[in-house]
Write a protein that binds this ligand. Structure first.
Ligand code: NAD
Ligand code: LMR
Length: 294
């Protein structure tokens, strides 16, 4: 975010270690002023005046864990950060990276509703890393220039809920059904591939920083009135019967200006869509229930 010319002030917040990170980042010779805030009593200062809040707080996976295994710790972290956002910068656009995204976005929505500040256009779950992976893996298999590749990824952000739509990929390539199946599986397991390779030292951080920066840049461009900014994101949705769903969204001055439909799906994708719904539904409900019970 320090490299982004649309950022004027960059406020960093963590429960520990922020002064060092802020000092380090602040030496980068780009426009934004950097400030670091640490601990609960500085959260208000960190948030006040924010137009965009990016939440990457929480614990990452270790090998053998699912994203849902992070729920017990991360749900409370997201809930408390969103309570503060609702109080100190209720009009900010909020992007949620913390896992399990399929539950943390509904948690954020419920917290904002409870505070009377919920705006569905300004709450976005970050699924850009799935798109980044789908583009990389597709380009490798289809032998096309990765810089030209586009692949929508819909559904959610965990295992089979991640549904890349390779039938809509461009540039088009003649891949076999087996290839598409393997690409789909690799995209769905992309996070796990990194978790296993890191062997206990966390999950994707560098590719996530890249994906998070792309997504935040798109949000900032939209807020600044740049036309035709479209990214995939996990948002409140009527695209399916589920209350939240990732699909392409058009970003604009108010955040999510339009949630775009799924387009034509292949039979394989249609099956994937039906298969993901029960898991995604239960993750959404788990998030909502958590806020009402706690
Ligand atoms: P990390 O451990 O490197 O960093 C997490 C940071 O959160 C730590 O610095 C920690 O101190 C901080 N933190 C903990 N409680 C906090 C609180 N209450 N307020 C503010 N900060 C707090 O972990 P990471 O690898 O950066 O992963 C963070 C989260 O992002 C994990 O839940 C991970 O699963 C998720 N993630 C999501 C995606 C995605 O595509 N959406 C990709 C990668 C990681
Ligand atoms: C990812 O997709 O890399 C993240 O959601 C982190 C994880 O746990 O896989």
């Amino acid at each position: 975010m320090k490299l982004n010319p649309l950022v004027s002030k960059l406020a960093l917040y963590d429960i520990a270690g922020t002064p060092g990170v802020a000092a380090d980042v602040s030496h980068i010779n780009t426009r934004s002023e950097v400030t670091g805030y640490m601990g609960d009593d500085q959260l208000k200062q960190a948030l006040e005046g924010s137009d965009v809040v990016i939440i990457p707080a929480g614990v990452p996976r270790k090998p053998g864990m699912t994203r849902d295994d992070l729920f017990n710790i991360n749900a409370g972290i997201v809930k408390s950060l969103c309570s503060a956002i609702g109080k100190y910068c209720p009009n900010a656009l909020v992007t949620v990276i913390s896992n399990p995204v399929n539950s943390t976005v509904p948690i954020a929505a419920e917290v904002f509703k409870g505070l009377g500040v919920y705006d569905e256009k300004k709450l976005l779950g970050v699924t850009t890393l799935d798109v980044v992976r789908a583009k990389t893996f597709y380009a490798g298999k289809a032998k096309v220039n990765v810089a030209e590749v586009n692949v929508p990824v819909v559904g959610g952000h965990a295992g089979i809920t991640i549904l890349p739509l390779f039938s809509q990929a461009s540039p088009r390539a003649n891949l076999s059904d087996e290839d598409i199946k393997a690409l789909t599986k690799r995209t769905q397991d992309g996070g796990t591939e990194v978790v296993e390779a890191k062997a206990g030292k966390g999950s994707a951080t560098l590719s996530m920083a890249y994906a998070g920066a792309i997504f935040a840049d798109a949000c900032l461009k939209g807020l600044n009135g740049v036309p035709d900014v479209v990214e995939c994101s996990f948002v409140q949705s009527t695209v399916t019967e589920l209350p939240f769903f990732a699909s392409k969204v058009r970003l604009g001055k108010n955040g999510v200006e339009e949630v775009l439909g799924l387009g034509l799906l292949s039979e394989f994708e249609q099956q994937g869509l039906e298969a993901l719904k029960p898991e995604l539904k239960s993750s959404i409900e788990k998030g909502i229930k958590f806020v009402h019970q706690s």
